[in-house]
Design a protein around this ligand. Structure first.
Ligand code: GDD
Ligand code: MN
Length: 425
């Protein structure tokens, strides 16, 4: 076996250049040999970040290769493995694959570390017009790549594999893990609605993006979530999402720890504090029709609540206690609202998720979000009344308006979204 050379690790800013820029003669960012190499551009550069994946790397390379060769991309793609000097020598195992798989390129990083920066370093060394990333542990099913490629061919600037749309799901995640994952998304929706709200699975690490859409700005990701950075700083107009089921790990282990959650929050805040977000083009228009329907359903809920409250608490009827009456009346109103929202406001969405189990899940999410809305309502009311000294009824109106928007937005993004738990393959 002849020893194969490793890719040089790019240094300096984490910035992807456009291919034409890389080729210009007076560009000092590149050496002559870099320029020559970059000028032989290809279609797809797929980065596989690795840390201790020696037991998976061969399988994933083999699966991707046979898939892409069949997709008529022979000689028109490369697989770039970016390994952070793994103690299990993943880089060495990967290097040994080059003899059989000449479109594999390996980068061994010894200075820097971290998933997001690994991906960008890989893209910096890439020759493709289309840049992509996939986990190297086979939790991202390779065949979904073909759907992502299709989506790009049909004009998307960014094609994201998503667990939260039709055809998507997770394999055997615990309630706790799903709750954490959704909690992180909810936080993202609150801190960075324009970025995180654009896609159903902002945590995805499986996507393709056109080089021109992210060439230019220095990327500055913190921790794990590279997609948020691409969305926040790139120039992305058309997004496509493709469903996929996140598989269970067969070998090796996950590197996710508590740190990643903290890093994620810092990342959101950092992107938030940059002015660039406001310049986003093509940002999803506010779905006014749906909001009006949601508002009408909300009004019907007020009517149901009042009627039930009267029937339960009035001395001439059931004469239950005030609090008990209120809780029952509110819950019946929530059931009423859910029913109308499911069959009317979000009918287009729910018709794709048939079955009582799916409906029950939507109902539970709706309930939780409404409950959070109620708490928010009380907090806002108190703030406007006690802190700002605004008239109590005006304060209540403001609180209701804000909470209606909250309920609508969060339900739109979380409740009427599919995530199925599916068994393997
Ligand atoms: N180079 C490098 N450096 N690679 C890393 C590092 C690092 O510090 N940490 C993790 N990786 C590699 C892993 O070897 C694997 O190929 C991939 O990145 C994902 O890491 P996992 O540790 O397996 O993460 P996970 O399964 O929990 O991951 C994922 O969560 C998402 C769903 O929310 C993310 O990695 C996403 O890709 C995924 O979609
Ligand atoms: Mn994984």
């Amino acid at each position: 076996m002849k020893s194969q050379t490793l890719l040089e690790v790019p240094s300096g800013d984490l910035k992807v250049l456009s291919l034409s820029h890389a080729q210009t003669a007076d560009n000092n960012d590149f050496t002559e040999s870099d320029k020559l190499e970059l000028s032989c551009s290809i279609w797809l550069s797929l980065v596989l970040p690795t840390y201790n994946e020696s037991s998976n790397i061969k399988d994933v390379v083999q699966l991707l290769t046979s898939l892409l060769d069949k997709a008529e991309l022979v000689n028109n793609y490369e697989l770039i493995i970016v390994d952070d000097n793994s103690p299990d020598q993943t880089w060495e195992v990967a290097q040994a694959l080059i003899d059989d798989y000449p479109h594999v390129r390996v980068m061994r990083r010894q200075g820097e570390r971290g998933l997001s920066s690994a991906v960008i370093r890989g893209w910096q060394a890439a020759k493709g017009n289309l840049l992509g990333v996939i986990d190297a542990d086979l939790q991202h099913p390779p065949e979904v790549l073909l759907n992502l490629l299709d989506a790009i061919e049909q004009g998307a600037d960014l094609a994201v594999a998503s667990r939260h749309i039709e055809g998507g799901g997770v394999s055997e995640w615990s309630i706790a893990r799903r709750f954490l994952s959704r909690g992180a998304q909810l936080l993202g929706l609150i801190v960075l609605p324009k970025v995180v709200g654009r896609i159903s699975d902002p945590m995805s690490g499986y996507f393709l993006v056109r080089r021109q859409a992210i060439a230019g700005p220095t990327l500055n990701p913190v921790g794990y979530k590279i997609l948020i950075e691409v969305l926040g700083r790139g120039n992305i107009e058309h997004i496509a999402e493709v469903g996929y089921v996140f598989q269970e790990r067969q070998a090796g282990e996950s590197k996710v720890s508590w740190e990643q959650y903290v890093e994620y929050i810092l990342h959101l805040l950092k992107l938030r504090s940059r002015g660039r977000i406001g310049h986003l083009r093509g940002y999803l228009r506010f779905p006014m029709d749906r909001f009006i329907r949601f508002g009408l359903v909300g009004l019907s809920g007020v009517f149901v609540d009042m009627t039930m409250f009267y029937l339960l608490s009035d001395p001439t009827t059931l004469a239950l206690g005030l609090t008990r009456s209120k809780i029952i009346a509110a819950e019946i109103a929530i059931i009423n609202n859910f029913f109308w929202n499911d069959f009317w406001t979000f009918r287009d969405v729910s018709s794709h998720q048939k079955g009582n189990y799916q409906r029950l899940k939507r109902f539970i999410k709706f309930n939780i979000i409404c409950l959070m809305g109620l708490i928010l309502n009380v907090l806002i009311l108190n703030f406007f009344f006690n802190v700002l000294g605004i008239n109590r009824y005006a304060a209540n109106l403001i609180a209701i308006a804000i909470v209606t928007l909250w309920n609508f937005w969060i339900n739109l993004k979380l409740s009427w979204r599919v995530t199925e738990v599916k068994s393997k393959y």
